[in-house]
Design a protein around this ligand. Structure first.
Ligand code: CTP
Length: 403
């Protein structure tokens, strides 16, 4: 489930990918594909070690516009060691071996990648992969501390089984993680300083030991909004109903089941947030529980279930909103979209509302795209064409930041 990280609004950006000699080198091919899909240009440098595992041709075939494999290339490329520093927006070294970390620490410039890293002043990210003993060696620890101090960003390594059969810290971080950290390095940081609270997914209201009342919300819209805010530098707290989206480690994710649990978590956190975006499809009603254990049908043909109301989280948060906070809400509608959006914007004290028809093809609960009508407090309104939810997420923050 990674649709929420499929952003493709990075045209004009370039990442320089450094690949070192590790069994994990083949994974950098997938990373290249992911960045290309996001619209990012990718250039590549393979160290001699990397070329023992993987060929430059594979990177060229997958869309790298330039691949360096030697320290002293051709006459028309005399300054290849400086070029990424002049033209790329970020450098991602994946996998990074103990050797490249040591060479970067000491400013050695004895191969193409270490020269390019030394001459690169932009954001540098490294995703180490090595045997746990090499990772835990005092020399590597010292080198990593020096590099981190200089602003090099480390992604992983993770704990787990490594190629030689050992177990410990040294596995390459997940590609999702390396990918989104690279995206963040080339994203605007216009949400830096904001603390964003997001609710997403359905809620589940238990009736007996095996049955519950819920809805088919996938949570994709909220997960995309959370990722867009994180990429743009915000601190993000997600309150998630029972769906399983992958999020970066430094995102605070609180798992809940019921509307009441979501309400308690959201109202407790809201005072410390600057911005709220409540996308969850909260069950407005909950069945009055049948009692302990599983309800037995025992010859019945009809069944009536009584319902109680759940609190309106967005309305409550809206009533608590201070002047220095901004609140975005959603409206799921089957008719009268504009009127309902206006009425919910006012009733719930929102700054922006995103209304979507849940009964059209390509929109609503389980779709990866949506067609929305947006309306802000000042009366500005727009109808957006059918778009991927990731693009809607990005545009929502664009719009809010313009206010
Ligand atoms: N919402 C909420 N708590 C609820 C119900 C809704 O926080 N108990 C939030 C949703 O996350 C969404 C907005 O309120 O941001 C609107 O939800 P929607 O289901 O469209 O509207 P309701 O207010 O529930 O009204 P109705 O179902 O009558 O249209």
């Amino acid at each position: 489930m990674n649709e929420h990280i499929n952003f493709d609004c990075f045209l004009g950006k370039r990442i320089h990918l450094g690949v070192c000699g590790s069994i994990a080198a083949y994974k950098s091919l997938d990373l290249l594909r992911m960045y290309r899909k996001a619209g990012i240009e990718v250039s590549v440098t393979l160290t001699d070690g990397a070329q023992e595992f993987i060929k430059g041709l594979s990177f060229e075939a997958l869309g790298a516009f330039k691949v360096w494999q030697k320290m002293f290339p051709t006459v028309d490329d005399t300054f290849g060691h400086l070029e990424p520093g002049q033209a790329a927006d970020a450098m991602v070294i994946c996998p990074a071996t103990a050797s490249i970390l040591a060479r970067m620490t000491h400013g050695l410039a004895d191969d193409m990648l270490s020269c390019q890293a030394l001459a690169f002043n932009g954001p540098k990210l490294v995703a180490p992969a090595m045997n746990p003993n090499m990772w835990n060696a005092p020399a590597t620890k010292h080198n990593c501390a020096v590099l981190a101090e200089r602003g090099v960003e480390f992604i992983g390594p993770d704990c787990g089984d490594v190629a030689c059969g050992d177990h410990g810290k040294g596995r390459l971080a997940s590609l999702e993680s390396i990918y989104v950290h690279g995206l963040r390095a080339v994203s605007p940081d216009d949400m830096c300083g904001k603390h964003v609270l997001i609710t997403l997914g359905p809620t589940r209201e238990k009736w007996d030991a095996v049955r519950f009342w819920s809805n088919p919300s996938s949570g994709l819209m909220g997960a995309s909004i959370a990722m867009a805010a994180w990429l743009r530098g915000a601190k993000v707290t997600v309150i998630s109903g029972p769906v399983n989206w992958w999020f970066p480690e430094d995102m605070n994710v609180i798992k809940v089941d019921t509307a009441r649990e979501m309400f308690d978590a959201a109202t407790a956190l809201w005072p410390e947030c600057t911005t709220g975006c409540l996308t969850a499809a909260v069950a407005d009603f909950k069945p009055i529980p049948h009692g302990e254990g599983k309800f037995k049908k025992s010859g019945r043909e009809n069944l009536s279930v009584e319902f109680d109301t759940n609190p309106d989280i967005l309305k409550t948060i809206g009533s608590m909103k201070r002047d220095d906070q901004e609140l975005v809400g959603f409206a799921a509608e089957t008719s009268n979209i504009r009127e309902s959006a206006k009425s919910k914007l006012e009733k719930k004290n929102l700054d922006l509302i995103i209304a979507n028809p849940i009964n059209l093809p390509g929109a609503g609960f389980e779709s990866s795209t949506n067609s929305v009508y947006v309306l802000d407090r000042a009366g500005r309104n727009e109808e957006w064409p059918n778009l991927p939810k990731t693009e809607i997420a990005w545009r929502i923050w664009d719009l809010l930041l313009q206010n």
